[in-house]
Design a protein around this ligand. Structure first.
Ligand SMILES: C[S@@+](CC[C@H](N)C(=O)[O-])C[C@H]1O[C@@H](n2cnc3c(N)ncnc32)[C@H](O)[C@@H]1O
Length: 283
């Protein structure tokens, strides 16, 4: 008797198979990743896949989903596969030219919003995807200049401004302050603060996929912070502020650098895990 093999799959089956496959590859968010990949591959919202669990998928859909699962199993970050990430009130597109904006960085926007008003002029150094600059422009309505050394990152940031309908950010290329001419009420940066030693033991998801220039200073982790603090005072208005995101073990060293450069009112602020993550100081 001929045995017919049923090769069709429902959404539920591909979700279960995909999650098991990712887990077997060491992914510890396998189930939620599987849900995001299936939703993305089928052009659905995540909640909607649960309304159609028993739907049978056609061959093309199955092929597409298998490719997405294989890609994720290589370690490629989910956000690069999906192409975007939620950051505060914005949907920020990301590709391999920009660091994936981290949830803890959302807090820096609150720190800035507590200091500036819509009359302020803000400068972001190293904007990457533009997440911080665009959030400040849309939430605080301040005028923002935003720079990066990487031309391709600036293209992503400009396109994010358009996609989110945020005007009021002027993006330009600059090696830290090299092309910065004006003075600002607040300067913000989330610089590459990972030391070369730490970089060598970072998760491969970061090392193999995110831009190296966005993560490490190739030295002790403090070099970009020193370069920024060296020149920041000459680009700040009289009562201007400098706000930096730092590694959570760098607080004391960074405070000392700020003191040496002549900053006042130096304080640290914490991320949601209560780790020192931001240093704020005035000119
Ligand atoms: C940690 S990422 C931060 C990206 C974004 N601001 C965020 O918070 O998600 C650091 C950024 O600094 C940029 N960068 C590195 N060296 C730079 C330099 N010398 N001048 C300007 N930007 C630089 C990188 O291209 C990268 O976009």
């Amino acid at each position: 008797m001929n045995k017919t093999i049923n090769l069709t799959k429902t959404i539920k089956q591909i979700l279960d198979d995909g999650a098991r496959y990712l887990q077997s590859k060491g992914n510890n968010s396998a189930r939620t990743d599987a849900e995001s990949l299936v939703a993305h591959g089928l052009g659905l919202k995540r909640v909607d896949i649960y309304l159609q669990l028993e739907k049978t998928l056609i061959d093309d859909e199955l092929r597409e989903l298998r490719e997405l699962f294989k890609l994720r199993a290589t370690g490629k970050p989910l956000q690069y596969i999906l192409g975007s990430v939620a950051f505060r009130y914005l949907e920020i597109d990301v590709d391999e030219n920009v660091l994936i904006p981290r949830p803890e960085t959302e807090i820096i926007v609150e720190v800035i919003a507590d200091i500036v008003t819509e009359k302020s002029k803000v400068l972001e150094l190293g904007t990457g995807s533009g997440a911080i600059a665009l959030s400040v422009a849309s939430e605080v309505k301040a005028k923002v200049d935003a720079t990066d050394i990487c031309t391709k990152a600036l293209s992503v940031a400009r396109s994010n401004a358009q996609k989110n309908g945020v005007s009021g950010v002027n993006f330009f290329e600059s090696d830290w302050f090299s092309s910065v001419k004006e003075k600002y009420d607040l300067i913000v940066a989330n610089p590459p603060y990972v030391s070369l030693n730490e970089y060598s033991i970072l998760q491969t998801e970061i090392r193999d996929f995110e831009p190296r220039v966005a993560v490490t200073d190739e030295a002790d982790g403090l070099q970009c912070i020193k370069m920024i603090t060296d020149l920041a005072l000459s680009h700040l208005t009289d009562n201007g502020y400098l706000v930096l995101e730092i590694g959570y073990e760098q607080r004391e060293k960074v405070k000392r650098i700020f003191e040496e450069k002549g900053f006042k009112n130096i304080s640290a602020k914490q991320d949601l895990a209560n780790r020192d993550r931001f240093v704020v100081a005035s000119a």
